[in-house]
Design a protein around this ligand. Structure first.
Ligand SMILES: Cc1cc2nc3c(=O)[nH]c(=O)nc-3n(C[C@H](O)[C@H](O)[C@H](O)COP(=O)(O)OP(=O)(O)OC[C@H]3O[C@@H](n4cnc5c(N)ncnc54)[C@H](O)[C@@H]3O)c2cc1C
Length: 461
């Protein structure tokens, strides 16, 4: 009977267990299933685990004892949410899914021998491998960032930033993303900053927090891109602009940060900004393990086909930020890629499931402080026509529900009920009529921008 054929393992194992009471059905099941190793327990890795633990004998490898929900980090950094809300312990997840959990870092992969070397000196073999180790945020690439600046990309930096914001006495704030560079092996959008949502939240939420504490401040935002939020189209830009304008932020485009010092930020074009609180999303870099394994492109991210298979190795799948195809680097895209990989893996063990086409879209939800949030939905950079922004308390409620669901279910994705609710909500805002409404909003903004005292938003190259 073919591996993965419905019921095959169960029937064989139950029979053996009946014959000899020495055999434990669960162990037998694990030993007869194809062996799937998942590297990384983030968005993509957990999605694969939850969808495939019944079919494969899964080993989950991650150096952390918990999974970090990065979209929650801005709330830690900007409204003081407890760090526990962004961490899901992995042990209970492994128990529930009967996965073997190994707390270690993979240091190299031998794709020919189908073996992974771990930093614990253990070596693990696999039939199938899913690489979902995310991207490295290279704090050391920007001189002075660790010493004089702040960030938001992990739990330590997010909590440090909240301490800094709590102690902030006023003055200029500078926030922005550093320049990242990419390889050329796959047809993915070439974005200079792969995830600017946390910068948007840094503007909206820091402004809200400081206004409510009546602390005088100015905020300047910089982007290495030619426009802020390079990954969406004109319609979304026009919808965000008045909201940014209302915060008084000054946006500087095509700025690549070179150095952070006490009281200032320096850019590669020789300009400098005064800053009492500097926040930078560092460049995204490939994990060393990928380069050492010879699986990366020119800069180390893994090129894949549209089934998420690594070039040359049909039993290695790659999903999420580490994939060269994932652009921008977003949880929504990581989960979509994981879904494509899951379907392919099921097909490889005999299932007849349809493989969904790879259709990325940018979905980004930014909290704006209080009970307001804005959702951006766009596929313009992939040649699509959707380019919608929706703002208001309902969007905030959706984000809050997802975070709460993730927290209380230990990152169980998909939260089917919530997933359906989101799909309904998205299909509602995807409707052409609403797109039109947004365009009208954009035109109105043209007039609002000229109103007295409101022309605070400007873009300066
Ligand atoms: C501050 C911030 C806010 C964000 N907000 C949003 C948002 O609102 N919406 C959105 O869609 N996206 C958002 N993103 C992007 C999103 O978080 C990422 O795209 C997503 O986490 C990528 O998922 P992943 O599974 O590829 O990697 P990750 O979630 O980064 O997980 C990678 C896992 O691999 C593990 N790992 C690393 N190296 C190894 C190794 N050598 N061996 C084994 N395991 C390893 C890590 O410990 C980690 O657990 C945000 C990102 C940041 C930084």
């Amino acid at each position: 009977m073919a591996v993965g054929e419905p019921g095959s393992n169960l029937t064989r194992c139950s029979y053996r267990a009946w014959l000899s009471r020495w055999v434990d059905t669960k162990d037998c099941l694990a030993s007869t299933k194809a062996k799937l190793v998942i590297l990384g327990a983030g968005f993509a890795g957990l999605r694969v685990l939850y969808r495939l633990h019944d079919t494969f004998g899964v080993t989950l490898i991650d150096p952390r004892s918990d999974s970090l929900a990065k979209p929650t980090l801005p709330e830690l950094a900007l409204s003081g949410k407890p760090v526990a809300h962004a961490r899901f312990p992995l042990a209970p997840i492994a128990r529930r899914t009967q996965a073997q959990l190994t707390q270690a870092s993979a240091t190299s992969i031998d794709p020919v021998a189908q073996r992974i070397q771990l930093d614990s000196h253990e070596a693990i073999s696999y039939d199938f491998l899913v690489i979902a180790v995310g991207a490295v945020k290279d704090y050391s690439a920007i001189e002075g960032l660790e010493e004089f600046g702040y960030s938001v990309c992990d739990d330590d930096h997010a909590t440090r930033r909240w301490d800094a914001l709590s102690a902030f006495k006023g003055g200029p704030i500078v926030v922005g993303a550093a320049l990242s560079t990419w390889g050329t092996k796959v047809a993915a959008p070439d974005l200079k900053a792969p995830c600017e949502g946390p910068i948007g939240e840094g503007i909206f939420m820091a402004g809200y927090e400081l206004r409510s504490r009546r602390i005088a401040h100015t905020i300047s935002a910089f982007t290495p891109g030619d426009v802020f939020f390079d990954d969406v189209g004109d319609n979304v830009h026009a919808s965000i602009a008045p909201l940014l304008g209302a915060t008084g932020v000054e946006v500087l485009t095509a700025k690549s940060v070179r150095r952070v010092a006490k009281g200032s930020v320096m850019f590669t074009d020789g300009t400098e900004l005064e800053s009492e609180l500097t926040v930078v999303i560092p460049p995204y870099r490939d994990p060393k393990m990928i380069v050492d394994s010879g699986l990366g492109d020119e800069v180390g991210f893994v090129p894949v086909n549209e089934q998420m298979q690594a070039f040359d190795y049909s039993n290695i799948f790659v999903a999420g930020d580490v994939s060269a195809l994932a652009m921008p680097k977003l949880g929504h895209i990581a989960v979509h890629q994981a879904d494509v990989a899951v379907a392919c893996l099921l097909r490889m063990v005999g299932d007849t499931v349809e493989i969904p086409p790879y259709r990325p879209e940018v979905i980004c939800v930014m909290n704006r402080g209080g009970s307001e949030a804005i959702l951006l939905l766009s596929d313009i950079i992939y040649g699509g026509e959707r380019d919608i922004a929706k703002s208001g308390p309902l969007v905030h409620f959706m984000k809050w529900s997802f975070d709460a669901w993730g927290y209380h279910t230990h990152g169980h994705l998909p939260p089917d009920l919530l997933q359906e609710a989101l799909e309904k909500f998205l299909s509602f805002i995807r409707r052409p009529r609403l797109g039109q409404w947004n365009r009208i909003g954009a035109e109105q903004w043209g007039t609002i921008r000229q109103g007295p005292g409101i022309e605070v938003y400007r873009s300066r190259a």
